[in-house]
Design a protein around this ligand. Sequence first.
Ligand code: NAX
Length: 324
Amino acid sequence: NKLPKNVVVTGAAGQICYSLLFRLAKGDVFGTRQPLRLHLLDLPQAQQAVRGVVMELEDCAFPLLTNVVITDDPKIAFKDVDAGFLVGSRPRSKGMERRDLLSANADIFRIQGRALSEAAKRDAKILVVGNPANTNAMILGDNAPDFPTENITSMIRLDHNRALTQLARRAGVAVGDIEKFVVWGNHSPTMFADWSHALVDGRPLSELIGDETWYRNTLIPEVARRGTAIIEARGSSSAASAANAAIDHMRDWVHGSKGDWVSMGLRSDGAYGIPEGLVFGMPAICKSGQYERVVDLQFGQFAKQMLERTITELSEEREAVRGS
Ligand code: NAX
């Protein structure tokens, strides 16, 4: 019998977690033989709603779920965790400036960074989902002096998955046939969905589709606007697909990506001209519980411009939180 893994999930009363928690408890990330203890963190005013979600978790009688801790204290939530999904964050309220949003979230992730550093296991795998996810993940790392920053990642997988379906459909192939596709940069409209290395059966995907204008003028902006399209259609933001992307990200990190690339927000080491310390969507290959960055890629003029645009935005976000 395996020892249970401790998994912290923040924003537990929110809509993404309403899907994420059930799939986690079912075994979709760590496997169907791995028992789990969930540490659910949310704000004091959301504790009652979290208790309701836990009642529903109980009513699923998940064989893997050995215990659930409900708390509003980050130090308790991060205690001895093996993994974390940091979904909770401060949403933009009416009339709130972008700078105020960044600074409200900076405060949350500074506190959680300290709790992570003091209480989590050193090899814990952390995924930041709450927006602005890249900058929140950067702040978390900056404030976790005793925790390895390479174990802190941010989510760009939803954008990756969104693009993959559109590309596969256009090319007339299955999603699983596309290899070496990546989304670079910020989880925001400046993200760069990059098909320049993507292959289907060893053949360039761009050649197979053969329509650069569609790629530049339709695919890239539609992926960037997909979140807005979902809000318009559904009346609330993407939740089940976001939870699914979080599951994909963590499952691949834990179990491997079978040699293929995945898109992960990783702390830049300065490669590709991305300023060191920014958390940036980039390609990685996961194996044996670790990720390896894909290095030495070459870029054309268009890709360079697109990268520059999202680098500029993330650098500005960093400047905005520096003084906050
Ligand atoms: P909800 O507003 O439904 O839930 C957020 C929950 O977080 C609430 O229960 C709230 O009380 C809690 N919370 C707020 N501050 C907290 C704190 N300091 N500690 C613990 N919990 C706290 O949002 P939901 O739709 O679940 O989305 C959650 C976050 O994911 C948002 O920031 C959203 O923008 C972000 N997303 C990120 C995506 C990505 O690809 N990186 C895609 C999906 C999603 O938009």
